[in-house]
Write a new protein. Structure first.
Lengths: 377, 330
C-alpha cells in the first residue's frame, strides 16, 4: 500500500520546510500588495486628475486611424483647455461637430457644412459661438443646422480623405460648403508630414482610455510636451525659417490645389462654396507674438524672433494674397479674415495663449462671410 | 526588505552582464570579422562626416564578407582605375554609389570602370547617408573638365533634401544617430558584436521604412517643395562649374517589386510616383524591363545587388562614353 501524500510531505525536515515556505509566503504577500496598489493607484490618480480638472477633460481627443485626424464619432465631452471655461463638444456618428448629441444619428441637408482644422472647429468655443453655427442661424434655418468636419492637425491635404470617410457616397446637398484654410498652421502641417511617416495608431484600449481617462489624457499632454523639439520657436510658423520664399509659394500652390480638389468633387453639391482664409495671429498684429514670451527660456531668443515679426507678417500676407488670387481664379468666393480686422483690437480676435480665434473673431468672420455672399462676391 | 531587493537587482544585473559577455565572446568566436561598418570620420562639410582615409576593412553584411578599401583621399577604391588617366569620371551619390553591402569590385563605379576600360579613371564619391545637398556640394568642387555622374536614390533622396545636415553623425569610426545613445555610448560598446546583433534583431522585428515622400500621397505637397529645392541645388552647382553631368535615379525597390511594399509605411496599394527627382538617364525603364527584377536588389534591403549595380553601370556607360567622345572631339 502506498502512503498518503500528506505522510510523505512530513518527510521533509522541518528546518528545510520553513526555508522553502518562507520565500513563497513573502512573494505571495508582495504580489498581493502590488495587486492592491495597481488597482487603487489608477483609481486614486483618476480621482485626483478629475478633481484638479474640475471634471472637464483637459484635451479634445482625436485619432488618425482612418487616415486623416478625426474626432471620435458620437462623442459628447466637456473639455477645458489651459484652465479656460469649459465647452461642450459633440460629434455625429461620422465625426463632424454638431450642436447637440440628439443630432448625432441624423444627416444634415441644406445646412452649412464646414471643413477644416481646429480653427474652424471652434477650439475653446461652444458650438453656437462658431461662425458655422452663426451662419446657419442666419441663412440655413437655425443655429443647429451646421456641421463642422474638423480636427486639430488637419490640413488641406486631408480634405478629400475626410470627405470620403464622412460621406463615401457623396454629401447631401447643402446650402453652403466652407473650406477653412488656416494659412500658416496648415502650411506647417502639410510640410511637417515629411517627418511624420509613422502614423500614430491607437489600440481599442488606448482609444477608450483617451476618451474616458483623465489620467491618460494628462499623460498624453505630457507626452506631447516632451515630444516638442526644444529648439522650435513657439508662435513662429516653421515654414518661415525652413523654406525659402519660392518654396513657400510652391507649398501654398499645393494647398490651393488640394482645397480645389476637395471642393470641386462633383459629389459635393452646395448653393455656394466658400474658402475662408484665417491668418496667423502675428500677421494681423505683430504684437500678438508677445503672448508666446512665456514659452521661451532665453529672453534673447524671444527678442530675436520678435524683431522679425513685422517681416514675417508681410511674408504671410503675400502668401495669403497669392492663395486668395489662385482660389478666386478657380471660381471660389474667398473670405480673408485679415482684410476686415482693421479697427478691432487684436486681443479681442485671438485667444490669449494660441492662434485660435475668439468668439468675437468667429462672429466677425460669420458677418463677413454673410456679407460676401449677399454682395455676390 | 530593501536590502533583499537591492541584492536581487544586483544579481539580475550581474547575470545580464555575464550573459552579454558570454554572447560577445560567442559572437566573436563565430564571426571572425566585425558586423558593423567602421570607416567614417567627422568632416567640415554639409553632412558633417566623410569616409576615413586609407582604410582596409572587412565585415559581415547579411552573411556576406565585405571588403571596403578607401584611398588616401577618403574615397572608396575602384579596382582597376588607372591613376594616370587624363579623363576623370566622378560618380556622386549615397550608399548606393558607395556600394552598401557590396565588395569593392561590385560597386556601381567599379562596374562602370570595368565597362569603360582604362581610358578614364572612375572615382567613387559615394558616401552612405549623403543626399542632394551633399551631392551639389561635391559637384561644386570637381576639377574643371571632369565628368560628373550623380546617381540619386529614389527611396530617400527627396527626404534627405529636407534637412541640411545628415540624420547621422560619425563617432569612433561609426555612423551613429544624433540622439542620446549615439552620442554617449562609449566606443567599445559601439564596436561590440552584441550591440550589432541586438540592432540587427530589432530591425528584423520591425523592418518598416518610410515610404518615399515622392510616392506617399500625404507628403506629396512637401515632396514638390523638395523637388524644387533639389533642382535649384543642382542648377546652382552647374552654374558654378560647367562640367558635363549625368543625373540618374535608382528606382525605389518597391516600385520595381511590388511585393516589397509591405516593408514600407504608410502601406500603399500600388506604387504610384507622384513627384520625381531630376534625371537625364532612365534607370527606371531599365529596371522595369529587366527579366529577373527580384535579383536587382539585396534581400531585405533597398540597396542594389551586384546584378542591380551592373545594370546601372550598363545603362550609364553609353552616356558616359558619349560625353568622353564629345570631350575628345573638342
Amino acid at each position: 500500500m502506498s502512503a498518503p501524500s500528506t505522510v510523505r510531505s512530513t518527510a521533509v525536515p522541518e528546518g528545510r520546510h520553513d526555508r522553502l515556505a518562507q520565500p513563497r509566503l513573502s512573494i505571495a504577500a508582495i504580489l498581493r500588495r502590488a495587486a492592491v496598489v495597481l488597482l487603487l493607484l489608477p483609481i486614486f490618480l483618476e480621482f485626483a486628475s478629475r478633481t484638479i480638472h474640475a471634471w472637464n477633460a483637459p484635451l479634445l481627443p482625436y485619432f488618425f486611424d482612418a487616415g486623416p485626424p478625426l474626432i471620435p464619432p458620437g462623442i459628447h465631452i466637456k473639455a477645458s483647455f489651459a484652465r479656460k471655461p469649459a465647452n461642450e463638444y459633440a460629434t455625429d456618428l461620422w465625426s463632424a461637430r454638431i450642436d447637440a448629441p440628439s443630432l448625432a444619428h441624423t444627416r444634415m441637408r441644406s445646412g452649412v457644412f464646414v471643413l477644416g482644422d481646429s480653427q474652424v472647429l471652434g477650439y475653446m468655443l461652444d458650438f453656437r459661438q462658431t461662425f458655422a453655427s452663426l451662419l446657419a442661424n442666419r441663412m440655413a434655418g437655425g443655429p443647429a443646422n451646421a456641421r463642422i468636419l474638423a480636427a486639430p492637425a488637419v490640413h488641406p491635404g486631408h480634405f478629400e480623405a475626410m470627405l470620403k470617410e464622412y460621406a463615401p457616397r457623396g454629401l447631401e446637398p447643402q446650402k453652403l460648403i466652407i473650406a477653412g484654410f488656416n494659412l500658416g498652421n496648415d502650411l506647417d502641417e502639410m510640410y511637417s508630414e515629411l517627418f511624420r511617416w509613422r502614423k500614430e495608431r491607437s489600440s481599442i484600449f488606448s482609444r477608450w482610455l483617451l476618451l474616458h481617462s483623465f489620467v491618460f489624457m494628462d499623460f498624453r499632454l505630457l507626452q506631447n510636451h516632451w515630444l516638442q523639439p526644444g529648439n522650435e520657436p513657439v508662435g513662429v510658423n516653421p515654414i518661415l525659417y525652413m523654406l525659402s520664399p519660392d518654396e513657400r509659394i510652391i507649398l501654398t500652390r499645393e494647398a490651393v490645389r488640394k482645397i480645389d480638389g476637395a471642393l470641386a468633387d462633383p459629389r459635393l453639391s452646395a448653393e455656394r462654396k466658400v474658402v475662408v482664409i484665417t491668418p496667423s495671429d502675428y500677421q494681423v498684429d505683430p504684437a500678438q507674438f508677445e503672448k508666446y514670451r512665456k514659452y521661451y527660456r532665453e529672453e534673447s531668443d524671444f527678442e530675436r524672433w520678435d524683431q522679425q515679426m513685422p517681416a514675417f507678417a508681410s511674408m504671410m500676407s503675400a502668401l495669403e494674397g497669392y492663395a486668395a488670387s489662385q482660389l478666386t481664379s478657380r471660381g471660389y468666393t474667398v473670405v480673408r479674415f485679415s482684410r476686415f480686422t482693421a479697427g478691432h483690437a487684436s486681443a479681442e480676435l485671438f485667444d490669449d495663449s494660441s492662434h485660435h480665434l475668439t468668439a468675437y473673431g468667429h462672429r466677425l468672420l460669420a458677418d463677413e462671410i454673410a456679407h460676401a455672399l449677399e454682395s455676390g462676391r | 526588505m530593501i536590502r533583499t531587493v537591492v541584492r536581487r537587482l544586483a544579481f539580475a544585473l550581474g547575470f545580464v552582464l555575464l550573459l552579454t559577455l558570454c554572447s560577445e565572446v560567442a559572437l566573436r568566436a563565430f564571426y571572425p570579422h566585425p558586423l558593423v561598418e567602421r570607416y567614417f570620420r567627422p568632416a567640415r562639410n554639409s553632412a558633417g562626416y566623410r569616409l576615413s582615409r586609407n582604410e582596409k576593412y572587412q565585415f559581415f553584411h547579411n552573411g556576406r564578407l565585405i571588403n571596403v578599401e578607401t584611398d588616401d583621399t577618403g574615397h572608396r577604391v575602384v579596382p582597376g582605375a588607372p591613376s594616370d588617366a587624363t579623363c576623370q569620371i566622378f560618380v556622386i551619390g549615397d550608399s548606393q554609389v558607395f556600394g552598401w553591402g557590396l565588395t569593392n569590385e561590385e560597386t556601381i563605379p567599379a562596374r562602370i570602370q570595368q565597362k569603360l576600360g582604362s581610358k578614364c579613371r572612375v572615382i567613387n564619391l559615394g558616401v552612405p547617408g549623403y543626399g542632394p545637398i551633399a551631392y551639389a556640394e561635391q559637384m561644386r568642387y570637381l576639377p574643371q573638365g571632369a565628368i560628373a555622374v550623380v546617381v540619386q536614390t529614389e527611396a530617400n533622396d527627396l527626404q534627405d533634401a529636407a534637412i541640411v545636415h545628415s540624420a547621422m553623425t560619425s563617432r569612433c569610426g561609426y555612423l551613429v544617430s544624433p540622439a542620446f545613445f549615439g552620442q554617449h555610448l562609449p566606443c567599445f560598446v559601439l564596436s561590440s558584436y552584441s550591440l550589432a546583433k541586438a540592432i540587427e534583431i530589432k530591425v528584423s522585428i520591425d523592418p518598416t521604412l518610410p515610404t518615399p515622400v515622392g510616392f506617399n500621397p500625404d507628403t506629396e505637397a512637401a515632396a514638390r517643395v523638395l523637388q524644387y529645392r533639389v533642382r535649384n541645388l543642382y542648377a546652382e552647382a552647374l552654374n558654378a562649374q560647367s562640367n558635363p553631368t549625368i543625373f540618374a535615379v535608382i528606382p525605389w525597390d518597391a516600385a520595381i517589386q511590388a511585393a516589397r511594399l509591405t516593408n514600407y509605411e504608410p502601406l500603399l496599394k500600388y506604387p504610384k510616383r507622384l513627384v520625381d527627382l531630376p534625371e537625364t538617364s532612365n534607370l527606371d525603364a531599365a529596371f522595369r524591363s529587366y527579366s529577373k527584377p527580384d535579383e536587382l536588389f539585396q534581400a531585405n534591403d533597398s540597396h542594389v545587388s551586384p546584378v542591380g549595380a551592373d545594370l546601372v553601370a550598363r545603362v550609364l556607360e553609353p552616356q558616359i562614353a558619349d560625353l568622353i567622345a564629345q570631350r575628345t572631339t573638342r
